[in-house]
Ligand binder design. Sequence first.
Ligand code: NCD
Ligand code: ZN
Length: 354
Amino acid sequence: MTDLITIRRPDDWHLHLRDGDVLATVLPYTSGSFGRAMVMPNLQPPVATVEAARAYRARILAAVPAGDRFMPLMTAYLCDHTPPDELRRGHEEGVFSAVKLYPSGATTHSEFGVTDMAKVAPALECMQAIGMPLLLHGESTDPAVDVFDREAVFLERTLQPLLRDFPALKVVLEHITTEEAAQVVRSDHSGRLGATITPQHLLFNRNAIFTQGIRPHFYCLPILKRERHRLALIQVATSGDARFFLGTDSAPHARALKESACGCAGIFNAPTALAAYATVFDQAGALDRLEAFASLNGPRFYGLSPNEDTLTLLRAPQAVPDNVALPGGAAIHPFLGGSTVPWQVRPARPAAPH
Ligand code: NCD
Ligand code: ZN
């Protein structure tokens, strides 16, 4: 039995870092283990200009703990009226690594997102021409569509026309949750379509949200799905298929905002994501493919080199704290908090000093 696994240092291709005190609190959980992260732009106001992204990147870099080597890769929040030249300039200047498309109203802080794909056609034309990837929150916002069907409907109504109309555009379907999404990505052989997968969608099905009561800390978007979808995601993630790669979608919200009559969507999994992925790959008998998923497939898709250094995971029980404290007395509940997980990153980062 393998008790220790050393892989190239992983990257997180989908991450919410927030800003201010929350940024300072959550960033060390990522920068201690991951070399790079694709940083989501859904701040308030959104990170929609080159100047906003440059300033946000500087705030992130200033919050990286001494001794960590971490590179934030910035994304542009696509609005109906984003000027294509802003995207082009940000890309040329090395500020924007990719563009994030939220259908307006689909998820947390998506109100400035896209209301109609036709409105962003000029931006997509420009991105296609300069090789700038589009990262999709792939859920239909049609209120008539059942919440559990939103991803599958998006694939039909939005993704397929997009792939047809922009045949050279690089696209990442973020945080896929369904067998249908896995199949769409697998059936593309052009090399321009990839997908990220979160730890929660590999470890849990939708029953987790309703176990002996309502469990707000299992609520994220896209929402957890049926078991058959989870099994399909495990299959593609652990297959070594280069089109699938690690993206945690770690999305911190203070406990009070989740444990509420109208709780926020988002799971803060940065502290336990790698242990969770290792557990899934181990259970699938695929630990030898963890490195491809976590450290090789993402850089390859984005045309970057894998990280040079390594990270070691150890099969040893890890008790996960129930809370990560925020300055001022609030706290965030980490994914798997209060439980013991069978893997841990070595050396473990000491708890933040709040
Ligand atoms: C994310 C957030 O809180 O920013 N929430 C989530 O449930 N995943 C937004 C997103 O990625 O959908
Ligand atoms: Zn996200």
